[in-house]
Every structure is written in structure tokens, then in C-alpha cells.
Design a protein around this ligand. Sequence first.
Ligand code: FDA
Length: 454
Amino acid sequence: MTEITRDVLIIGAGAAGTTAANDLRKAGLSVAVLEARDRVGGRLWTDVIEGAMLEIGGQWVSPDQDALKDTIAELGLETYSRYREGDSVYVGPDGQVHRFTGEMFPVSEATEKVIADITERLDAMVAEIDPDQPWAHPKAEEWDTITWDAWLREQTDDDEAVRNLAFATGSAMLTKPTHAFSLLQSLLMAASAGSYSNLVDADFILDKRVVGGLQQVPQLLAERLGDDVFLNQPVRTLEWSDAGVIATTDQMTVKARYAILAFAPVLYNRISFVPALPRRQHQMHQHLSMGFVIKVHAVYDRPFWRESGLSATAFSPYELCHEAYDNTNHGDERGTLVGFVSDQNADDLFTLTAEERKERILESLSHYYGPEAKNPVVYYESDWGTEEWTRGAYAASFDMGGLHRYGADLRTPVGPIHFACSDLAGAGYQHVDGAIRMGHLAASNIVASSRDAG
Ligand code: FDA
């Protein structure tokens, strides 16, 4: 067993953990980062599959994500815009394919009006919510005890409008069925991006990518930490008291004055805490769960859809792939499409063989782009459900009623233990931006606490 002592132990070398560790170092504190996997980055993972560079995890950066943008600039990384010239595609309830431009789906005039009215209502509600404390809104309990689906269906009986409004926070973001989370959780998701309108605007939310891949952010941050990052070290036990912590992995013991748990809250119970965490944390963490989405990558010898004037931006609440985009890498001659299959559709697909799954997914893409979509040269499914140290995608959210009941304690430290992860964020919630914000926050709280302690 290797034994080391540091001021702060950080568990998890994702965007949150590597950000916190760098801040602490800059403030003059010594750190050790223990990472369960054999790589840095967590849900950021850029890899080469059959010769194609793929973003297996997170990739997009939006204009409001200042914490992430600052880090990207500070690390000297370059960004480029998602390809978006040409028409978008929408598949309606009758399976008809419609080309359109702009943000509004090509639905009937009546449905368009319903969508516009409810969007206005949602924007007004979101404007009243502080993403850092949605539970503080006077109507938090009322909005947290009605499902997102039920609230939308109270507003209108236009099913096509409901499905199109629902999927922005449902299939596309929280990646859970819309009956499984509350209106308040949905409003938080929108507030974290500034407004509901921002969230449904693909050109805003999926704006830029990093040349060479977004995993470089935690990788470069980890490089600065040098030998203080330890891979293949899942923390098994965390002893804690007012005096500090002792973490044990299969090969190491780390003593520190503080610890930061920089990973998804659904995994806290993989660690034996000695003594046990307080009852509030025990209860709260059981009301958080991961969504589930399959990110599908299909690479072609050329971006063939551009030849017929398509941007590749495609949506349909009636399709297996509810959304898909041009995901061609910077400077790449080949064309890449990325599609998403969410929640129950993703569950259903994993009851099939890999061949059947591929066939069903490519069939869905062909509805948007024509038969050529069925013949990629590289095909890959990102399946985070089988990743032991993540267990879903994109992130964790509360079940019905959990957000107003427990939310206020999400980021509250327990003795020397602090918490940082995208899944605990307000602004940037579920995104890399939120992970970085939470990393900064945990680090600054520890710096302040250690100064107070003298
Ligand atoms: P993260 O989960 O990344 O890191 C936690 C680390 O802790 C992991 O490396 C894990 O191995 C480690 N760990 C866990 N338990 C441990 C233990 N007991 N001991 C030691 N180590 C332990 N975001 C975005 O901004 N734009 C996007 O386009 C997307 N798209 C997207 C697609 C897909 C498929 C996914 C899965 C996710 C996204 N996201 C995204 C979300 C984004 O990737 C995510 O919010 C952040 O990367 C999370 O960073 P964290 O550091 O908070 O946790």
C-alpha cells in the first residue's frame, strides 16, 4: 500500500475534479486526484474508432457557457461551429418528411400557435427561476409535484404540440420519460440554459465543438497536476471526521484535511463512508437517478446530405432517433452524422442483437436523410449504461418531488467532504460548463474554510 498525505483529496478526474484540483493548487494547497478508470475525463471521452475520431461523451459548447468557454480559452484550445447550412428535417405523426428552416417545426398553423403560446408561458416561468436554487421559488412544491407530461397536457389537447414541447427537456436533455420527472425539474433544465427558447434552439445549445475533442479539457488540466493524478484507483472507503479524511483504494491510502467527491451522485454509494453519511444525504441520494440515451455515430465517405441542401439537423418525437445532426470533424473530408435514442426507446433497443439495433437505428436515420444513410463506413453506439463508473447518460436528475424536497442540500458539505459534479449544478446543469462551475465552487469553499481554520 502506498500512503500519501495532501491538503485535499479529489475523487474523480472528470471536468469537475480536474478543475477543482487546479484551483486548489493555485491557492497553494497540495492535492491528490484518485480516478477509478484507466483514463482521465469521465463523461468526456474522445477516441478513434476504426480510423474515425469520435466524441463518445460530451462535445458541444453553447454561447452562455462562460465557465467552459473561459477554460477552453485558457487552455489555448480552438473551437469550430457545427455545420448548419441548408434545410432541417422534421418527420410528422403520419411519417411524412418535411424540410424547414428556422426554429419552428413545420406543423399546422393551429399547432404552431399552441407551441408558440406555451413556449412564451414557459419562458416567463423560467425567467422567475434561479437555476442555482429552483427550490426557492414560491411555487416550487406545486411545480415539483406535477409531471412534465401532465402539466403540458393540462395546457392543450394538441398531442403533436405536447410531444414537440416535451422532448426538449425529456428525450433531448434529462433523457427520461416525461412522466418520470416534474415540471420544476424541466424548468431547472431550461433555466440552466437561460430560457426554454434557448434550450430548444439547436443553433444555441449545440453551437461549437473543440478541435481535437472536448476530452482535452480534463486531459490538459490533469497534465498540469502531473504525478498528483492516480489512475485505476477506485476509492472503496472514506473515513471522515472534523480532523479530515482517509481514503482507501486497493493500492493506496490518502490522508487529507478535505475531500471533494467529484462524480455523479448515483455512485456515492459505491464508497463505504466511515462513519456513514447523515440520514439526509442517504435519503437525498436515493432520489437521484441517471437518464439514459444512446449516442449513435455514423461516418460516411462524404457528407452526402449537404449535396441535397440538408444541414442534417433533424427532429421528430415520432422517430427512434428523436434528433440527429451533422457531426463532421473539423477539416475532415468524411461526413459524420450523430443521432440520439433516448429513455424507453434505448431500453427497447438493448433487448435486440447488435445487428438488429444497428439496422433499426440506420433505418430511422434514413427517414431523415434518404437510403444512403443506411451505409456508413464506420458505425458506433456510445453506451454509457454499461460504464461502471457512470451508469447512464447524460446525467442525474431527481425523481418526482425530489428537487424541492432535497435540492437545497445537494451541494452542502458534510464535515470535510465537499461535492462537485455537473449533476449538482444550477447554471450549466448536466453540462461540462456546470461541472467546471461546481469544481470552482468546491475549491473556493475549501480555500475559504482552510483560511478560517488558519
Ligand atoms: P464525470 O462523470 O465526467 O467524472 C467523474 C469521474 O469520477 C469519472 O472519471 C469516474 O470514473 C470517477 N469516479 C467515480 N467514482 C469513483 C470512485 N469511487 N473512485 C475514483 N473515481 C471515481 N455536456 C456538454 O456540455 N455538452 C455535450 O454535448 C454533452 N453531451 C454528452 C453526451 C454524452 C453521451 C454524455 C455521457 C454526456 C454528455 N454531456 C455533455 C455531459 C457532460 O459530459 C457531463 O456533464 C460532464 O462531463 C460531467 O463531468 P463531471 O466531472 O461532473 O463528472
